[in-house]
Write a protein that binds this ligand. Sequence first.
Ligand SMILES: Cc1ncc(COP(=O)(O)OP(=O)(O)O)c(N)n1
Ligand SMILES: Cc1ncsc1CCOP(=O)(O)O
Ligand SMILES: [Mg+2]
Length: 221
Amino acid sequence: MARIASEEMKERLAVYFIMGSQNSERPAADVLKEALDGGVTLFQFREKGANALKGAEKEALARQLQRLCRAYGVPLIVNDDVELALAIDADGVHVGQDDEDARRVREKIGDKILGVSAHNAEEARAAIEAGADYIGVGPIYPTRSKDDASEAQGPGVLRHLREQGITIPIVAIGGITVDNATAVIEAGADGVSVISAIASAPEPKAAAAALAAAVRAAGPR
Ligand SMILES: Cc1ncc(COP(=O)(O)OP(=O)(O)O)c(N)n1
Ligand SMILES: Cc1ncsc1CCOP(=O)(O)O
Ligand SMILES: [Mg+2]
């Protein structure tokens, strides 16, 4: 297996849904299935927070969601937990600045997809050096889905990164909705990453489809 090509990565980032059991009152698998039906292109399993599942229960949920993703041909990325990603043979891992060192993660996961959070050009360049396939940039807008989120940066940070010559695939995250998705793509993101815009939507399928349409209409694809 070879590393994912940059162009394919950009396509995959179009509608990047993130969820764990804490993000919906409904069973995670039900929400994910509807989101996949709506056109989600990449999924991140992020089991985090006070009531997060641990150990065998966490792995069982990851495997259940992985089965669904595989049925739709959508890659599954594990947030933070490199050992879980390896145990279930996930398609990739996402780590932030306070997580396991990205270079070390790249060594552990071989050619699997590596996503790294970056907030500025310096972190973006370090992520690229470490072997990231994409960077997650945000929060772009205020979010209620991450307890320790830093201050919202606005879409200008995306434009700034592109102006600084950062060409790696970028996904924008934090407070993204169908109403502001166009702005982040026009500012330089290749896709949008969302939790609540899909997980809290009355109809996750319709929400995912609306995001997909907005991204495709705004982007160069
Ligand atoms: C696509 C994407 N971008 C950014 C993040 C945030 O990662 P991190 O800063 O490590 O925070 P946690 O999600 O671990 O709380 C992400 N998960 N995904
Ligand atoms: C995980 C994460 N990292 C930065 S903001 C965020 C939460 C995004 O959730 P929402 O789409 O509900 O704002
Ligand atoms: Mg993290």
